[in-house]
Write a protein of this length. Sequence first.
Length: 559
Amino acid sequence: MKKLLLSALALALLHVTVTQAQSNDIPHLEKRDNRYALIVDGKPFLVLGGQINNSSAWPATLPSAWSAAEAMHANTVEAPVYWEQIEPIKGAFDFANVDLLINQAREHHFHLVLLWFGSWKNGQNHYVPEWIKSDTKTYPREENDYGKLLDVMSPNSSANMEADKLAFAALMRHVKSIDGTDHTVIMVQVENESGSVGSIRDFSPAAQKAFEADIPAEFARSLHLSPGTWVKEFGPNADESFAAYSTAHYINEVAAAGKAEYPLPMYCNVWFAYPVHALENRDRPSAGQEYPSGGPQQANIGIWKAAAPAIDILAPDFYSDDFTLFRDIVAAYGRADNPLFIPESHFDATFGRYFFYALGKGAIGFSPFGIDRTQLPEVPNPQGIVAASPIRSVNPAENFALFNAPEAQIAQLNLDGKLYTAVEEKGSARQSIHLPTADAVISFGFPQPDGAYPPGTATFQGRAMVAQLGPLEFLVTGFDASVSFALPAADLQKEPNQQIEILEAEEGQYVDGVWRATRILNGDQTDRGLNFRGANPPLVRIRLHKLPLYDEAVHRNGE
Ligand code: DGJ
């Protein structure tokens, strides 16, 4: 008996230690079959983020930032940490703003993504401290090809890099000391839209010397390049590739110094190369003019992956109403070696469709920019006329309102590869999602009279999600969409004598991870598919079953 009691005690202790170890796990990325989840306190976490304005992480402005994030139902706030503010005098750190940020985020029940505004901010150096700005001898600037000093720190200067490393490491040490067990801070952005505006690369004498030398051996090996100069290896792309390597290498050192203190997941946001309007002799944007040269743009992903292994994610900021471009960007950055994360987008009605699309491609999170402006703009239709009834006006907050409660389930379903989305596009108001056991047929816009093609919506805002919960059980939701299920054509060809029907459709919500049904939908709510018409759509769990189309036994008897 005593022995039994002792081993029970030992088991209990073991349990406590294991649970503690799990909950003490710092936020990290998990990869499964080339899909990713951000794990926070042992569970997949979907970042429903809102980025505050650049100058909002101050005591005077934070209160309205929290209200804005609450109004949009975000679970995470992306907020800057300014190098000029935390290190006003070389080596003397002031973390008052960081402490305030973290304490207030906790009071308002938000997680935080800290944005390190260090050497780079939008391809420039505007957040470096004064003692750096005013000492260009010690902390050299990038020079353009005719020697002008730019407002960009040279990525080829070890003095610059060491100063940034020291400051960032101090920040991460501090974050660990106050948040190492609470995990309010779940991820860190290292620099902001790095690269240089004003020149394709640094032409200062020191940088020129490095440019004329051979490519660093380790970098060449990791890209399977033979030893040689930048020009020999990269030909017409030599200048930009050199800039990309130099910037990636610098930022990798900064990130690694921070991770040595506290290894949170770290990412770099990207001002990618937007296509230019085709003019004669101008078929591509120019590096350093239309986008910051040397940042992790589409063409530089390979260089960055090789030169910056301490950066976990290259994350594109998306500011365009071109949905085709969004698809291309998601395809470029959602790679087996790169989790998909959209850290910035417009904060308007367009963001919902991008958010749904990214979710269907496995995104670990999404975060519109500039959420703390005083008033949301009105939502115009494509003609610029404010939408009148019967067009539903879209509130950007409706997206996160829908996913806030079930975020852990959604992130888990995505990690398991069971989540699918459909997004309305011009000319395709009806779409099918091919799930392993059934097709979900999505029709956008209302009304949907029998026999007619669905009308779509005026602003192509229809969007739907279907996730596979069991063999014929699905979690469904969406906006301006109806969803019905059919057997896949290929299955019917193989076995024609079968059909599916609804067993039960429950409307409900996940409360603390547990499904709570509020009612059973039937009749008009299911006869023409599940309808998601209003601003606050429900989550629906639908179970179907298969049955024969004809009862063969009865037919035989009747013969
Ligand atoms: C992208 C930057 O990353 C943000 O900090 C901000 O400057 C926005 N652009 C403004 O649109």
